[in-house]
Design a binder for this molecule. Structure first.
Ligand code: GAR
Length: 191
């Protein structure tokens, strides 16, 4: 069975959706992989407890303890490679990765971004979609390349932007779709 390593920085609800899909052997997406480890750059990431409760190895690598991005990414890659993953899944991992790290995982590094890329790369996507007057918003699973939020698109989902939406309301609507498309995209990339 193939190994997946998931990187998180916070709540980890996308990670949880993938863990649940991997646990359900009869799930229609046939994930047919095990989540070998969840690694966070923050010790207070809520998702670590969920992973631990589900019997998954967890590890914290505090980026603030490293002199620079290269040093952090080198250590991170060493931790990840211990699990020989077929796929490295960024799930709300809020770090910019160095070109060397991205090259090391070429073709097996995937991210989810809370906008319909190529619209709204970067941060504050929901607020920016509302301010731009978008009628639709959504999320994108994409392969990671050296340029931030730009790699080939694997899956997308669309939600309406409703009159009077706050960024929080829109984020919640988008997040429910993220939980559907990310396990599906992971299954597709592994197959
Ligand atoms: C998700 O909305 C994800 O798309 C976003 O962070 C949230 C993490 O939620 N990712 C990014 O903004 C990456 N640039 P989660 O921790 O509950 O999965």
């Amino acid at each position: 069975m193939k190994n997946i390593v998931i990187l998180i920085s916070g709540t980890g609800s996308n990670m949880a959706a993938i863990v649940r899909a991997a646990e359900q052997q009869d799930w229609a997406g046939h994930l047919n992989a095990r989540v070998a480890a969840v690694i966070s750059n923050r010790a207070d990431a809520g998702g670590l407890a969920f992973a631990h409760e589900h019997g998954i190895a967890t590890q914290v690598l505090d980026h603030k303890a490293f002199a620079n991005r290269e040093a952090f990414d080198t250590q991170l890659a060493q931790a990840i490679d211990g699990y020989t993953p077929a796929l490295v899944v960024l799930a709300g991992f809020m770090r910019i990765l160095t070109p060397g790290f991205v090259a090391h995982y070429a073709g097996r590094l995937v991210n989810i971004h809370p906008s319909l890329l190529p619209a709204f790369p970067g941060l504050h996507t929901h607020q920016r979609a509302i301010e731009a007057g978008c009628r639709f918003a959504g999320c994108t699973v994409h392969q990671v390349t050296a340029e931030l939020d730009v790699g080939p698109i694997v899956e997308q989902a669309v939600v309406p932007v409703l009159a009077g939406d706050t960024a929080e309301q829109l984020a919640a609507r988008v997040l429910t779709q993220e939980h559907l498309i990310y396990p599906r995209a992971v299954a597709r990339l592994l197959s």
